[in-house]
Design a protein around this ligand. Structure first.
Ligand SMILES: Nc1ncnc2c1ncn2[C@@H]1O[C@H](COP(=O)(O)OP(=O)(O)OP(=O)(O)O)[C@@H](O)[C@H]1O
Length: 577
């Protein structure tokens, strides 16, 4: 093992286990050596180190000792024996901190081959080809706009009031005047101060030969000087007076159209100034429209693993739905008796009773594609989008026949029509009614919907042929709660018998629905994890019930207090707490 010891800024000595002095490789600050080496080396030689220090003054020798003390891993003892008090470690210089990073980058660059770089780039481009094309088009458009604006730039004439033109004309100082066609601008030049009396030839000739205000400055070299020194705006109904004045004073005047470049430039500026504020709006519009068709495209039949064993406490509802599964699987031959497959089943019940879970179980048991949507997804800002989504959903489900469509919170779109001014919602509902009517008799697509407010639904939805079967999913009774708890306790390690816990919790949670019970089990497990337990105990469940019933407050009993309370009240199994 070779050990490098250095003073603050120059090599002191190099030492290996056999105390051999060898050549220095690089200079490192003392702080860096002490830190790096102390973490990676353990030296065996005793303090003070048995190597010679050459050419050092006193402080350097101390430094080297400090390094070794740090390296040998018993810092305090050795430093105290040497009488050295550790000073705060000096901050490493920026260049020193940068060096390892540079080394890392260079190592990475060395590993990098051009071929892999090209392959990676091609892969990324292929993956994001649409984004790439779009950004390229935008960049080109922006570049083009920039170049156009740059090359059509003309030096600006000084804007003056109309009265200046009149006063200059009256005093005979104006040389040439140009009326721009299609705009209200009037360009004019006045006599230079030195030539007040005589009109320069070239100025007047230039007006007649090249009177266009924009093209007059076509020479790139003379760009900084505007051809037309002044510009003003025409006053309505004053043209006759102006023309008369110019004729009287003998001023040269003419008119010219705007140059093509200038027209383009103006159009471009108008477009940009209009589109900059409009772009966010357009983007929002685009997102709305694209998301309207998005979910139907993205919606894939989900592979459900929920079975009827996972749903308990709602036996009547389960039985009804099992029948539907039999119909979908073909095990129940309903057609020979002239019966038709149900079009829709409406699950009605309070929140959290397991309506969604039941629908999933139907799909899981039947082994058919399951399209689950929330009705609020159809509520759109733009008229017609919700209806389009319904159409797409039903089309996709029909393609995957036999399949199940599950619409959660049906009341979001299925409310009574004509009660609000929301025409979009009525259109969406109409589309849903039409789609449910449009199933062919042998088509195996079933629509299951769930709602907490059946009274709010439009009567047309519940007529035979649509949601003709209404299944009530009510609150579970004591037995039901026990069974639901048993389902959720399957995966929870318990301190005592699962049955005991089910009895205890079920007896304390009258009026609780499946979602509440699932939440209590989860809360108890979290409480157990919080106290660092390996298993969930009775006290955790009691505390979880208390939290579910009364919320979390500061005066909540601790698990030990609950334990005491339980033992005092002599709770045995099913006694209420
Ligand atoms: N009968 C039940 N058996 C087992 N677990 C249940 C039962 N009911 C509810 N749960 C649990 O509660 C969770 C929520 O249930 P679910 O979403 O099905 O209720 P919901 O009736 O559809 O509620 P909402 O009307 O608010 O949509 C389920 O994921 C499940 O863990």
């Amino acid at each position: 093992m070779v050990l490098q010891c250095f003073s603050l800024n120059r090599p002191l000595l190099l030492c290996n286990g056999r105390k051999k002095i060898i050549q220095a490789e690089k200079i490192l600050p003392l702080s860096m050596i002490s830190r790096d080496f102390s973490s990676s080396f353990t030296l065996s030689f005793r303090y003070p180190p048995a190597f010679s220090l050459s050419g050092l003054n006193r402080s350097e020798s101390r430094c080297s000792r400090l390094v070794v003390a740090n390296m040998s891993g018993n810092d305090k003892e050795k430093q105290s024996s040497a009488g050295i008090t550790e000073k705060p470690r000096p901050r490493r210089r920026f260049s020193m901190r940068l060096r390892p990073r540079l080394r890392l980058i260079s190592a990475k660059l060395r590993r990098l081959s051009i071929r892999s770089l090209i392959e990676d780039t091609v892969f990324v481009l292929r993956k994001n080809s649409r984004k790439f094309t779009l950004s390229m088009v935008i960049s080109f458009a922006m570049g083009f706009c920039f170049l156009l604006l740059k090359f059509t730039t003309v030096p600006m004439s000084k804007v003056v009031p109309y009265s200046d033109l009149i006063s200059n004309l009256q005093s005979g100082k104006v040389l040439t005047v140009l009326f721009e066609e299609g705009s209200r601008r009037i360009f004019f030049n006045t006599m230079p101060a030195s030539q007040d009396s005589s009109k320069p030839e070239e100025e007047s000739s230039s007006v007649t030969s090249n009177s266009n205000p924009a093209s007059s400055s076509s020479s790139w070299s003379s760009r900084s000087i505007p051809k037309w020194k002044y510009v003003t705006r025409k006053i309505d109904h004053d043209e006759n007076f102006l023309l008369g004045l110019m004729r009287e004073t003998g001023t040269t005047y003419s008119s010219a159209p705007q140059s093509a470049f200038m027209s383009m430039r103006n159009v471009l500026i108008t477009i940009i100034s209009l589109w900059v504020p409009l772009t966010p709006l357009m983007w929002l519009l685009y997102r709305q429209i694209s998301s309207a068709s998005g979910p139907a495209k993205k919606r894939r039949p989900s592979n459900q693993t929920v079975s009827f064993d996972d749903v308990e406490g709602v036996d009547a509802a389960k039985e009804e739905l099992m029948e539907i599964v039999s119909c979908l699987q073909g095990s129940l031959n309903y057609s020979k008796l002239g019966a038709r497959l149900l079009r829709g089943v409406l699950l009605v019940g309070p929140p959290g009773t397991g309506k969604t879970l039941l629908a999933r179980a139907v799909a899981g048991e039947a082994g058919v594609p399951f399209f689950s949507v929330s009705a609020s997804e159809f509520v759109e800002m733009f008229v017609g989008r919700g209806a389009a989504r319904i159409r797409e959903l039903f089309n996709t489900a029909k393609k995957c026949e036999p399949s199940i469509i599950f619409i959660d919170e049906l009341d979001a779109v299925g409310g009574k029509r004509g009660r609000s001014f929301n025409d979009e919602r009525d259109q969406t509902l109409n589309q849903l009614l039409t789609e449910m009517d449009g199933f062919e008799s042998d088509m195996k697509v079933i629509v299951i919907a769930a709602t907490n407010r059946p009274e709010a639904l439009d009567p047309a939805l519940c007529r035979p042929g649509r949601f003709s079967r209404k299944v009530i999913v009510g609150e579970p009774d004591l037995e039901g709660r026990k069974k639901i708890l048993a389902v959720h306790l399957r995966v929870v390690p318990l301190e005592e018998e699962s049955l005991m816990i089910c009895n205890l919790v079920a007896s304390l949670t009258s009026g609780f629905v499946g979602a509440d019970l699932a939440n209590i089990v989860n809360e108890a497990a979290l409480l157990a994890a919080r106290r660092g337990g390996e298993v969930v105990c009775r006290e955790d469940f009691l505390l979880a019930i208390e939290r579910a019933k009364f919320g979390i407050n500061e005066n909540q009993l601790s698990p030990t207090a609950i334990k005491k309370k339980v033992s005092i009240s002599g709770f045995h199994g099913c006694q209420p707490f």
